[in-house]
Ligand binder design. Sequence first.
Ligand SMILES: [Zn+2]
Length: 65
Amino acid sequence: MKCNQCQSEMVEDCKVNVEFDTPGITISKKGKGLFNKVSAKSKAAVCSNCGYVAFYIDKYKEFSK
Ligand SMILES: [Zn+2]
């Protein structure tokens, strides 16, 4: 993953921590039907050159359904 700001290689797979010890941010999208909900835990990538932080998920392809 390249940094949006300076095009340096970013450090991926960083754990996302928010307040109160919540284990990461979960992103979900409601689909059609009862069991058609997709969700994914977000990860962060950090640029060690300029400090830019990007959030991403692994199962992004499921969100296009
Ligand atoms: Zn950067």
